[in-house]
Design a protein around this ligand. Structure first.
Ligand code: NDP
Ligand code: MG
Length: 381
């Protein structure tokens, strides 16, 4: 179990909740990182007194250094600074950075021998094999924070081997546009797309939920984490977000994890596994929830899901490519530069620009990422 903790991306939605859990559990927080929000990280530094903290944006880091000059926390800057925090040697490094920016820090933390509590799903999507090989070599665990993956992980406790598992079923809220057809999505606004029905999250993942790219990324994440074929992972739309995912065993017995939609449950489990502790999260009242519904996704309207499935099945650099196209298109949509349905179009276009290789290096992952980002911009702007 975790006693010392580093939180990468501590100023974000998951990061802030991770620190709530850390405070409650009495963990010693050794390192914190942000991109540019110095006001939030300053508060966190004053509260948790980590040994080191880093801000990726160099200017913001210089500003933070002045602001916390009266504390004993050492302030680092840039990507290297974030990686140095990842290498702090804490029992667990919780990575809640958004996007591929989390990949190098995950590898740095693994290299330093820390267990990983992983919220940053893009890390596994883009660098799956590299990350898993590094973790295996060091003998460290990657514990899922993503609620669906935590649910699967919890439902797998007691499983006597992979041959017992028939399939994994990831649930999806369906996002704000559930039930709508493609034609109705052509002109949706950023505000509409940011209006998630069940979860309050960072902007990028909220848009990923609206396109359902999030479920595609999660399918790849699950395939890597649990060593499953994409064909053995199904998706069910479950509007209430109470059943967080399920495992079907060979005897057709299905085990699921349920709870109110609150990320502090999976965060805490990743940090206290295999133990469980009292949590301030609301108790689930199934009688009040009354109806739980399940249905198949509309794969035509939400094309990103199957594009991710295809990318994982094609293997090599394709998952990194669809992730890069989505990250860029998601950002362009949030900045008002492209339309909502350009996001799945960009993800589809990425296949044409990706080198078809079966083995790949970390450098190739980063090269693919920047190539696909610039192609996305060239094609859609
Ligand atoms: P937020 O946007 O709320 O937070 C992102 C964090 O990453 C912030 O601390 C941000 O710093 C930091 N950051 C952003 N860009 C960089 C960069 N280039 N280098 C270093 N740090 C950076 O995101 P969320 O907390 O919502 O999501 C984080 C991750 O967790 C994502 O991968 C998401 O898919 C995953 N996740 C989130 C869930 C949720 O409920 N929010 C649920 C399941 C998974 P700053 O604040 O300074 O910008
Ligand atoms: Mg999730």
């Amino acid at each position: 179990m975790t006693k010392t903790l580093a939180v990468l991306g501590s100023t974000g939605s998951i990061g802030v909740q991770a620190l709530e859990v850390a405070e409650l559990m009495g963990f010693e927080v050794q390192a914190l990182t942000a991109n540019s929000r110095t006001d939030i990280i300053e508060e966190q530094i004053r509260k948790f007194a980590p040994k080191i903290a880093a801000v990726a944006d160099e200017k913001a880091a210089a500003d933070l250094k002045i602001r916390v000059a009266d504390t004993s926390t050492k302030i680092l800057a840039g990507k290297q600074g974030v990686e140095e925090c990842a290498r702090c040697g804490a029992d667990t490094v919780l990575n809640s950075i958004v996007g591929i920016a989390g990949l190098a820090p995950t590898l740095a933390a693994i290299d330093a021998g820390s267990n990983i509590a992983l919220a940053n799903k893009e890390t596994l999507v883009a660098g799956g094999k590299i990350v898993l090989d590094a973790a295996e070599k060091k003998g460290i665990s990657i514990l899922p924070v993503d609620s669906e993956h935590s649910a699967i992980f919890q439902s797998l406790q007691g499983c006597q081997g992979k041959s017992q598992i028939k399939r994994l079923i990831l649930t999806a809220s369906g996002g704000p546009f559930f039930g709508k057809k493609k034609e109705e999505l052509e002109n949706v606004t950023i505000e509409q797309a940011l209006n998630h029905p069940n979860w309050s999250m960072g902007a990028k993942i909220t848009i990923d939920s609206a396109t359902m790219m999030n479920k595609g990324l999660e399918l790849i994440e699950a395939a890597w984490l649990f060593g499953m074929k994409a064909a053995d992972i199904d998706i069910l739309v479950h509007r209430q977000s109470i059943v967080h995912s399920l495992v079907e065993y060979v005897d057709n017995s299905v085990i699921a994890q349920l709870g109110v939609p609150d990320m502090r449950i999976p965060i805490q489990y990743a940090l206290t596994y295999p133990d469980r502790f009292v949590s301030p999260v609301k108790q689930l009242d199934l009688a009040q929830a009354a109806t739980l519904t399940f249905e198949k996704p509309d794969y035509e309207t939400f094309a990103c899901i199957n594009l991710c499935r295809k990318a994982f099945e094609m293997g090599g650099l394709y998952p990194a490519a669809v992730n890069a196209a989505n990250e860029k298109a998601n950002e362009l949509f949030r900045n008002g530069k492209i339309r909502f349905l350009d996001i799945p179009r960009a993800v589809e276009a990425a296949f044409d620009y990706t080198a078809d290789v079966s083995d790949y290096t970390l450098e190739q992952v980063f090269e693919t990422d920047s190539l696909i980002r610039s192609e996305t911009e060239r094609l859609f702007i």
